[in-house]
Write a protein that binds this ligand. Structure first.
Ligand SMILES: Cc1cc2nc3c(=O)[nH]c(=O)nc-3n(C[C@H](O)[C@H](O)[C@H](O)COP(=O)(O)OP(=O)(O)OC[C@H]3O[C@@H](n4cnc5c(N)ncnc54)[C@H](O)[C@@H]3O)c2cc1C
Length: 285
């Protein structure tokens, strides 16, 4: 059951801060696809709901020099249909294609996905692998910080009466990228596990695995193997050994056992390598 709350739809960022200052127990809402579930299940009961969908400063996808900036209010459909994203940041296009269903993609925003900071969120592993930065706007102006500093634990991001304004990715650094996920039901279920891989322009790789740790997981030893060796069955055995030794996914997960997750992220990594064109057909999937 929803508790009663007052609904506001400010048109400027300044008005958002005024409302946040006036009401201690207020909550920002963008697409509402995470928040409304929480309200319905009484996990959150704000007195004020501040709908930020009118804020033009938080919308749109644009390229400025060597950076692509994605406004926090950009919907998953907008990402999926954007040519710049498909051409330059393929992993983000793939994540949008795997995301939810048509109706959810039309409402859900990339900003809401990042702020919700769920371990299996579609935009966890690819944004970490792409070394994304976030722009946060507060009453004292705008600051920019790396995503791994911003998104620091399950459901926890560094926001203090502030808004996530945009996500910024350097396209010179990131040459090719790929994302894959495994889910129990296609589309309408969160990822059981997910994996993103980026080949940088200096020929180094960055890989991230989702749902095996509290935040998207990177192991630099794996990236060194990917960056140095010709891929073969032996390399994958080493990567699997590193995953087995270094991560311990939660055993209470309803979606899959830790052992299954650990095997599947490596299998998804193979798919990513195939997308990037670095894996011969002789390696089993
Ligand atoms: C049926 C269904 C299917 C789903 N499928 C998937 C899926 O396949 N993959 C996946 O990753 N997720 C999935 N989700 C979860 C959800 O849709 C996403 O996490 C979505 O991106 C959340 O965005 P939103 O705009 O709806 O966020 P909201 O629900 O509006 O907000 C989420 C949180 O972020 C805060 N917030 C939002 N925007 C900002 C901002 N700019 N600044 C500061 N705080 C902000 C809100 O206060 C709230 O705490 C699904 C949800 C449902 C109900």
């Amino acid at each position: 059951m929803f508790s009663p709350f007052e609904y506001k739809r400010p048109e400027t960022i300044e008005e958002v801060f005024e409302l946040l200052n006036q009401n201690d127990n207020s909550q920002i809402v963008a697409g509402g696809t995470d928040l409304l579930v929480k309200l319905r299940e009484a996990e959150s009961s704000p007195d004020f709901l501040i709908d930020i969908k009118e804020l033009d400063e938080l919308k749109g996808i644009e390229q400025e020099n060597n950076e692509i900036k994605i406004g926090a209010l950009t919907t998953i459909t907008e990402i999926k249909e954007n040519k710049l994203i498909k051409d330059k940041l393929y992993a983000l296009y793939q994540a949008a294609s795997e995301f939810g269903c048509y109706e959810i993609r039309n409402r859900a925003t990339i900003g809401g996905n990042v702020v919700h900071a769920s371990p299996g969120a579609e935009y966890g592993v690819p944004l970490f692998a792409l070394e994304a930065e976030v722009e946060v706007v507060g009453q004292n102006g705008i600051k920019r910080l790396p995503i791994e500093e911003f998104w620091y634990d399950v459901g926890r991001v560094k926001l203090d009466n502030e808004l996530l304004k945009s996500i910024i990715i350097n396209i010179d650094k990131n040459e090719k990228s790929s994302y894959h996920r495994l889910s129990r039901v296609e589309g309408m279920d969160l990822a059981v596990v997910n994996t993103a891989l980026v080949k940088r322009s200096d020929n180094k790789y960055r890989s991230y695995f989702g749902t095996v740790a509290r935040t998207p997981y990177q192991n630099k030893k794996i990236d060194a193997i990917l960056s140095k060796e010709n891929f073969n069955k032996k390399s994958f055995k080493k990567i699997q050994d590193i995953i087995n030794e270094s991560v311990s996914p939660r055993s209470s997960s309803l979606r899959a056992s830790p052992e299954y997750k650990k095997r599947m992220v490596v299998s998804l990594l193979k798919k990513c390598l195939r997308d990037i064109g670095e894996l011969g057909d002789d390696i089993d999937g």
